[in-house]
Each structure stands twice: as structure tokens, then as C-alpha cells.
Design a protein around this ligand. Sequence first.
Ligand code: AMP
Ligand code: MG
Length: 410
Amino acid sequence: MEHLLSVEQARKIILSNFKKNKSTTIPLEQANGKVLAADVFAIFNQPPFSNSSMDGFAVKAEDTRHATPDQPVELVVIEDIAAGYHPKSQINNGQSSRIMTGGPLPPGANAVIPVEKTNFSDRYNQRARPSSVLIYKPANRGDNVRPEGQDIHQGEKIFQQAHKLRAQDLGSLAAQGIAEVEVVKNPVIALLSSGDELLKPGDPLVPGKIFDSNTITIKTLLESFGASVINLGVAKDDVRDIKAKLDLINDLDLDLLISTAGVSVGVFDLIRDVILDNGKLNFWKVNMRPGKPLTFGEFQNVPFIGLPGNPVSAFVSSLVFVKPVIQHLLGIDQKEELFKTVVDEEISSDGRESYLRAEIRIVNGVYHARLASHQGSANILSLVYANALLIIPAGVKSVPEGKTVDFFWI
Ligand code: AMP
Ligand code: MG
């Protein structure tokens, strides 16, 4: 029997050829989706000073203890505190300062009475600072005050290294006055498609030809994992054209070269020949479906992965083999998160580890799966209708309706 590598074995061998990329410091505006190279700690307490969460009056809570709508407490107003203003006056018993949302709590005050609970609820027609205010409701200490350090204390860890930065993360760094972050350098991947049959979307369709869909799919997918992708274009099934397109990588600082199609055993699968003449190539029979022999090697000392040409196979192989490489280069050592779903129809498999396109819905709090359209590896629409890939383990030929299998979202 021919030797078959398991998906896990193939992934391990591939990953052993890569190590984490170096780090680089970039401005915050360019850091969306980038991966932190180091832990980040709070530089100062957040918020940096106690401040008001309402428009109102800063008071000593004790002074308001007996306030009611019928018998309000009257306090002298000594200062106006806008956001961004530094209070000058200490609040003593019987006193208050008018304060706006975000205004620093003045010394001596320990609570804020919202304007709605005073005789200044009509704030738009009462701009000038009043000499006194009537308080209709008592406050407890700390009411409507955002105390210094409520969000985070100086020195506490905000982010763990390998965290992928999102909008709110960038905001929290900005709130700490941070303008630049140290991130892991993006993996840079060059992508070559190949085939005489391929036309550029936008060109007229001619008999016998199809439009190139892999380039945009794989490029977009890999970018969504955090790689920068350089498109080398579409090579003809011609050794000189393939070599010329591959030579475009000579001046690039690449982490990985990928091709789609042209590496199986057809007479015109010439990428294989060009790589072999200029580097190394291993064909592995991987116990996986969809997926032809997976090709891994080296071209001009750059690691090379040959993806299948069929759009679904190229997509699934990218998820199963290329995504882990990108994550490894980024220092993210995290496996694909798997969930469990009930299958609503019998599923047959051929005993290889199979990745089947499925539509998953929640019924009474439980995931239920049905296969999405035709499972042929050229049928890209099955990936459009699917929201998940079911994993049927190696050795399993049939999953009866009602049984549970692993899946991950796509
Ligand atoms: P190959 O690996 O070259 O034998 O290609 C396998 C199948 O994938 C063939 O049906 C090709 O037409 C198809 N194919 C190859 N490259 C692409 C592409 N870039 N976009 C869409 N289909 C492709
Ligand atoms: Mg081909």
C-alpha cells in the first residue's frame, strides 16, 4: 500500500520549515490587524484622574443627605469645571462646582449630582454660572464619578504578545498616549496562478476558457489571515513564461511562494518542472479530501507550496496548510477552533480526512448541519453557500443522520 501522510503530519513537516518573523515598529494608524510582538503594559492609570460621568454639580455627598424635592439643599456654586479644565478651588461644606462630563473632580468633592436632580435641568438656557444650586436628591459617595484607575492601573498588562489588533485595541493604546507599536512583520507571500485556460475577469469569455478565480480568492483569504500577498499574475502552461513569472520574486524579501494549479501529474503541469529545475520539490500523498498530492518545496531558497488548481481544493488547502504557516510566522500558536454539530443528513466519505462544505444553523440551541450544494472540488459556489467546513475523520466512511461531527467556521 502506498504511504499516506496524515493531514497533521504534513502540517507539522511544513511548519518545521518556518520560524517567527522579526518585529517592527509602526504608527498606530497602520496597525489594524497587525500582531503585537511584545506584551503591552499600562503607562499610567486609566482614567488618569477622577472625573464626572455626568453634567451636574460636584458636591460632598454628606451635604446632600437630607435633600428632597420639597426641601432641597442649597449649595453655593464656586467654579465651573469643563472637560479639559484643571479645577482651582477646593469644595468645602455647603459648596459645589458645576461640572461637565469628563471634567476633573475638584478636591474635596466625592460625588456628582446630575443636573436633572437640581433646579438647573434646563442646561441650554442657563449658561452663566449660577451663584447657587438647589439639590433635590441625595447622592452617595462615588455617585457619577469615574475614579482614577477604574479602567486599568499603571503597570497592569493590557495586551499579551501575539494579540491581533482591532479597532478598540488601537483606541485603548491611543488612550494611553501610545503613537507607535511593536508588531510582528507581516508574512510576505507571492502568489502565481497558472493555466492556458485562464482569462482575466473583465475580458470577454471565449470557448474553452474559464475565468481565473483562484488569484482573487487565495489572495484575499491569505490577507485575511494577516499576510501581504504579491500577485505574480497568471502564467501560461509554458516553461519560459512560468520561469519568467517566478523570477519576479528575485528582488523580493519573501516568506513563502505559492502557486495554484500546474503541480499535479498532467502533461501540462509545468510549474512542477520549473520548481524542480531551480530548487526542491516533495510530493506527498496526504490522506485528505479535497486535495491532490500536496506539493512542498523550495524555489530560489524560498519555501514553496503548490496548491491544487480546483478552486475548492485550493481554498481548503489554504485553510488547512497555509493559514497555520502564516500564524506561525506571526507567532500565533493557535489551532483552528473546532465546534460540534449534529448532521441532519447521512454523510458518506471515502475514508480520507474530509473537509465538507456545510450550512450550519442553530436549532433549539444546538448546531445542525446540511451539506451545501454539490461537493465537487471545482464548485466554488458551494463555498459561497457554506458557512462551515465539517471534518470527517480519516477511516470514517459514513456518518449517520443525527450523529455529531467537528466543524470550523469559514
Ligand atoms: P490543474 O491543477 O492545472 O490540473 O487544474 C485543475 C483544475 O483547476 C482545472 O479544471 C483548472 O481549469 C482549474 N483551475 C486552475 N487554476 C484555476 C484558477 N486560477 N481559477 C479557476 N480555476 C482554476
Ligand atoms: Mg492546469
